[in-house]
Design a protein. Structure first.
Length: 126
C-alpha cells in the first residue's frame, strides 16, 4: 500500500489557508515535507500537526503555546501530561476571555448610561 501524501494545494484547500501559511509553518520547522523535485509531499503526521496548530490558533493559543502542547505527545503513552497542560492553557484562555467579556459589558453599560444622560439633556432643551 503506497504512503499517503498530501500536496501543499491539498492541505491549503482542506484547511482554508494559503500556500504561504503552510510554507511559514514549514520555515518554522513545525512541519517537514519530503521533496520530489520542487514538489512538497506532506505526510499524514504533517497534516495532523498542521490541523492541531490551526485548532490552537482558533482557540486563541499562540504558535509557541500550540507547539509546546503538541510536542508533548508521546505515541504509546497515555499523554496525561499533555492533556493536563492543554487543560491549563484552556483554563487560562477562558478566564482571560471571560474577563474581557466582563470589561466589554461594563463599557457597554457605561455607554448606555452616558447616552441616556445625553438624551435626557436634549429632551429638556426641546
Amino acid at each position: 500500500m503506497p504512503d499517503t501524501t498530501y500536496s501543499i494545494a491539498d492541505l491549503a484547500r482542506e484547511f482554508g489557508i494559503t500556500h504561504r501559511t503552510i510554507r511559514f509553518y514549514e520555515e518554522k520547522g513545525l512541519i517537514s515535507p519530503r521533496r520530489r523535485g520542487q514538489q512538497r509531499l506532506y505526510s499524514p503526521a504533517d497534516r495532523v500537526r498542521l490541523k492541531l496548530i490551526l485548532r490552537g490558533k482558533r482557540i486563541g493559543m499562540t504558535l509557541d503555546e500550540s507547539v509546546e502542547v503538541i510536542d508533548m505527545y508521546q505515541p504509546g503513552s497515555n499523554n496525561s501530561d499533555q492533556l493536563h497542560a492543554l487543560l491549563e492553557r484552556i483554563g487560562e484562555k477562558r478566564a482571560h476571555l471571560l474577563q474581557k467579556r466582563q470589561d466589554i459589558d461594563d463599557m457597554l453599560s457605561g455607554l448606555d448610561e452616558v447616552r441616556a444622560l445625553c438624551q435626557q439633556a436634549l429632551e429638556k432643551q426641546a
